[in-house]
Structure formats: C-alpha cells, structure tokens
Design a binder for this molecule. Structure first.
Ligand SMILES: Cc1cc2nc3c(=O)[nH]c(=O)nc-3n(C[C@H](O)[C@H](O)[C@H](O)COP(=O)(O)OP(=O)(O)OC[C@H]3O[C@@H](n4cnc5c(N)ncnc54)[C@H](O)[C@@H]3O)c2cc1C
Length: 404
C-alpha cells in the first residue's frame, strides 16, 4: 500500500510569522514542529504597531486577551510638523477604531507580542517548539519535504507535509522556494529607544502631546514616531534617517551626530531627545527583492523572509500575521492539492502585500517631503476631517481573513 502523505507542518523560525503560523495550523488540526535558531526567545526589540487587520487574527487565535494587558490602545495617530509641533492631521483610534474596523489598534513591545504568541504555542499539545535548532536545508520528495535541522552541532532529518520558512529579513532559507537573492540594505536606518514614561524625556514628550497616541513628527528627509508600550509605562521612540550601516543586526549603535544633523530643523523639544534619551539602538532597514514565495513541492515563505518592506506603513508584523493565518486557511481548503493551495495563497497575498508596500512608499515620500510638496501636504492634511483620513485606511485596517 502506498505510504500516506503526512500532515506534519515544519516551521523554520519562531518570530512573529513562525509562531502565528504554528497556532494557525494547529487550530486547524495539523501537527506542527517549530525550529528556532536562538537558544531562547529573549526580551529583544522595541515597539510594534498592530493594526486591526492583525489584532482580529490574534483574537481568532486566542492571543489577543493576554496581549491587551501589556499593550496599549492609543487614542489616535497624530501627524505633526516636526519644526512647529503643530498638528497636521489625525486618525482616530481607540474605541473609534474598534467600532470602525471591528478590532483594536494596539501598540506593544515586540517581546510582549512574541511572549503572548509563545505562551499559546507552549500550551498547544499539537505543537512541538524547539529552540537552539537551525534549519539548514530541505529536500522535496513525492510525499512532502525532509528538512535538515542542526542542534548542538548534530544534523537531524525531519519529514513533513510542508516547510513554512519564517526566518526573517536576513533569510537564508528563501532560496528553498527558488529565490535567487537575499535582502538588501535600503540606505536608511531606524534609531530606536524605549524610555520610561515617567523619565524626564518621557515627561517632556507628554508635554508636547505625545502621551496616549501614536505621533508622527514630519520633517524634510526625516520623521520620528512615538507611541506608548508596556501598558503605558514606557514610550517607544523611533526616528528614520539616511545612513550607512549595512550590518545584519537589530542592535547596532552609531554616533548620534548623524541623528542630530537630521533633526537640526526640528523643534528644540524634539531635538533635545537626541541627547536626552541615552544610547540609541540603530537598525539598518533592509527590503526584499521580488522572488517566488512558494515552491509546489511544499515550501512557503511567510513574513519578512518573503517580503520584508520598509517600515513606513507600520505593517511588518501585521503582514507576517496575515500571511501565517491565510496560509493555513488555504492549505486546509485544498486538502488534496498542496501545490494548488500554495499557488492560490501566493496570488492572493501578492496583491495585498504590493498594495501595502506602495502605501509605505507613499508615506515615506509625503512624510519626508520638503518645500512646496510639504506645504501642499500640510494643507491637504489640515483640510481632511479625521473621519475621512480613517476611511482612507479602511482597505488596510478593515481587512479580515476569510473563514477557512
Ligand atoms: C531580535 C528581533 C528584534 C526585532 N525588533 C523589532 C522591533 O522592535 N520593532 C519592529 O517593528 N520589528 C522588529 N523586528 C522585526 C519584526 O519582528 C518583523 O519585521 C516582523 O514581525 C516579521 O516577523 P518574522 O517572523 O517574519 O521575522 P522575525 O521576527 O525576524 O523572526 C525570524 C525568526 O527566525 C529565526 N531564524 C532565522 N534563521 C533561522 C533558521 N535558519 N532556522 C531557525 N530559525 C531561524 C530568528 O532567530 C527569528 O527568531 C525584530 C526582529 C527580531 C528577530
């Protein structure tokens, strides 16, 4: 008798995409193994924005209620002129977002999101979660894929129905879907710092209206975002400048003279932050060239491994969560043809991801504008009612995954 195809799903990477994929497959009855390279999931990273298109999935997976305790539901996104600090436009969030888009808009520390996902993964009997385990390779065969996993210098072969590649922006494994190139440095860096809300810098930010909302301070060639995290006890600050830091790390440092120079025309209260908040952590911003996201033999790339994008639409984590949930839905919907399931998933996701990436490029262009373009932007923003700005985001935040 022919051997049956296993239903085992193997996941490479225990970040936001990998953990969400584990839960999304497990609740559909698939046995799952997650292999994470890091020896343990530490408190690393800074803040993340989680729009309703992502939180509705976290709710479906049972993760949202735990996350809410550590996250914050900001009242608005406020766009401000970084020089005058004047408000240019406002997207209402808080209860208004929850009514409009049927799920909350949250800001959270990355470790709180990863921790909330992990707590559920560890409770789920159908999921095996292994740390200190690096996925090195995968070989397709007629019944699925055999994955090589390295743990403590030993290679183990693990077989399953499919491999979900969720190894992040510096993905080595995207080649398994036929992608020929890796991500490349976008020439910009993000300066980030998480400070206590009751510190002198935190109080100074609150004094200029930065408490309880997501603020985007716009200046030519530069913008700075602040929002609360850790149940409001901390503020996440991230500033975007051009820069040269082509290192693959989330935790580099850099001379803050570069930041001060980029902020030279901002209001004194903002400029003071460059000094006052202590040492900034600097990330290089990488983006992914286009390439295939699936191989019919049973490989699917999700999250940053597929389509890392510049962070100007604040959708990196949200797209990873959407990818994971929709992938499991497509696979379940076509139990007799994995290749057809992967092809239909990729087609559906490409349309949305490309639209989100275009929105990010548009935000960068308008937020960093100078001269007459900035004047026109400010006028257009001031004329738009908050309700109108919110409605322009319905396609993004009001999206929900199909029930599968
Ligand atoms: C340490 C860290 C800190 C971050 N901090 C922030 C932040 O503060 N704000 C923000 O907006 N975004 C942050 N990000 C990025 C953000 O998490 C992602 O953009 C987004 O959530 C998409 O997640 P992902 O799961 O695709 O990738 P990631 O979150 O990058 O996860 C990829 C995971 O795969 C693991 N991995 C890599 N190679 C292998 C392999 N061969 N085998 C097994 N495991 C492997 C990595 O260790 C990592 O845990 C951070 C990512 C990391 C890894």
């Amino acid at each position: 008798m022919a051997e049956a195809r296993s239903r085992q799903v193997i996941i490479a990477g225990g970040g936001v995409a990998g953990l969400t994929a584990a839960l999304s497959f497990a609740i559909r009855g698939y046995p799952v193994s997650v292999f994470e390279r890091a020896p343990r999931l530490d408190e690393v990273g800074a803040g993340l924005q989680l729009s309703p298109n992502a939180t509705c999935i976290l709710d479906r997976l049972g993760v949202l209620s735990g996350l809410r305790k550590a996250a914050v539901r900001p009242e608005a996104v406020v766009l401000r002129d970084a020089a005058s600090l004047a408000e240019l436009g406002r997207v209402p969030l808080g209860a208004a977002a929850e009514i409009r888009w049927k799920a909350p808009y949250l800001t959270a520390h990355r470790s709180d999101l990863q921790g909330a996902l992990l707590a559920h993964v560890l409770r789920e009997p159908g999921i095996q979660f292994v740390t200190g385990a690096t996925v090195r390779d995968a070989a397709p065969h007629p019944l699925g894929v055999t994955v090589s996993v390295e743990t403590a210098g030993q290679i183990e072969k693990v077989s399953g129905m499919m491999l979900v590649v969720a190894d992040g922006v510096w993905s080595d494994l995207r080649r398994l879907a036929g992608a020929r190139t890796k991500s490349s440095f976008a020439g910009q860096v993000a300066w980030r710092r998480t400070i206590r809300a009751d510190s002198a810098a935190g109080r100074a930010l609150a004094a200029i209206g930065a408490g309880g909302v997501v603020n985007a301070f716009l200046a030519p060639g530069f913008h700075l975002i602040t929002y609360p995290v850790k149940a409001g006890s901390a503020l996440n600050i991230v500033a975007f400048t051009s820069g040269h830091l082509a290192t693959e790390t989330w935790a580099a440092t850099m001379d803050n003279a570069v930041l001060k120079s980029a902020m030279r025309n901002t209001a004194p209260a903002l400029l003071a932050l460059a000094e006052d908040v202590g040492e900034w952590t600097v990330w290089p911003i990488y983006s992914m060239p286009s390439g295939p996201w699936t191989a019919p033999s049973g490989i699917a790339l999700v999250g940053d491994a597929a389509h890392a994008m510049t962070p100007y639409a604040a959708q990196g984590a949200a797209m990873a969560i959407e990818d994971a949930e929709t992938l499991a839905g497509h696979v379940l919907a076509r139990p007799n043809s994995l290749s057809a399931a992967l092809a239909s998933w990729e087609t559906e996701r490409r349309k949305r991801i490309e639209k989100v990436a275009r929105r990010g490029s548009f935000n960068r262009f308008t937020w960093h504008a100078a001269g007459p373009v900035a004047v026109a932007r400010n006028l257009a923003l001031r004329l738009q009612k908050p309700e109108k700005l919110a409605s322009s985001l319905d396609w993004l935040y009001g999206w929900t995954p199909p029930e599968r």
